[in-house]
Design a binder for this molecule. Sequence first.
Ligand code: CP
Length: 307
Amino acid sequence: MNFEGQHLLAIGDLTKEDLLKVIEVAGEIDKDMEKYKSLLNGKIVSTLFFEPSTRTRMSFQASMERMGGSIIGFSDVSTSSLQKGESLPDTIKIISGYCDVIVMRHPEAGSVAKAAEDSSVPVINAGDGPNEHPTQTILDLYTIMKEKGTLEGLKVGFVGDLRFGRTVHSLAMALTHFNPEFYFISPPSLAMPEKYLQELIKKGIKYRQEEDLLKVSKELDVLYVTRIQKERFVSPEEYAKVKGIYKLDKSLAQHIKEDAKILHPLPRVDEMNPELDELPQSIYFQQAHNGIPVRMALLGLVLGKLK
Ligand code: CP
């Protein structure tokens, strides 16, 4: 697809070629970021965050800064006129007249796509509730490609909150282009939603569901760990039933392949002991830093300054 002027709302909107294109452009940027320092001079991104964020918001902002662009927006909705009762459609109509691209995170599934209908500029989904987080997925793919040298034919395990984990949903769907084998590791109450499993069946992708990570960990090329997301549960009692169900520490080293890679979209709470950081397989901090070249690539492509 020609990215220029397009919204980026769901990972399913991108073909395999589109994903590889962004990865290729991000790789070029990664080699020499300085070269792109004036690329987006005069361009403005608006970051509208209705949910907390460190990595996504700041890496989009840093990416814009690194390319000479400017940033407007909010991360605290109480400082905007939404607080006075202005509607979201009106807010988007106004803000899209002030900027060249909008990056938006919102707690409701589908809300970013709905906002895009009222925008006169491209809208990038920075996470819509439990639904999708497409730019995280592209940086996950970029990280896997960089560290494993390929995306093809990998055995990928996802552990933790697979029910509400939007990063899991988007990454699993994106990887279907690359002939993967999946291992979904969770308690039944946090299992991968049926709609994604049906999609895998339709595409002939092999998957296994398991509760005990150690039963399958030796098989994995990539282990994608996720946080149990307290904020998505209907009650504290429901959360308490699964809180702390997976707690990985450095003893995991005896149960994974030497060349396996451990990813996590972060933030982490109690599912990964910081001692896990010592393992050579742990690459989640590099993964978070890869958000810069990937989001620089996306902004450059959407704003028509990169091809
Ligand atoms: N991975 C991720 O989306 O992190 P933030 O919530 O900090 O943006």
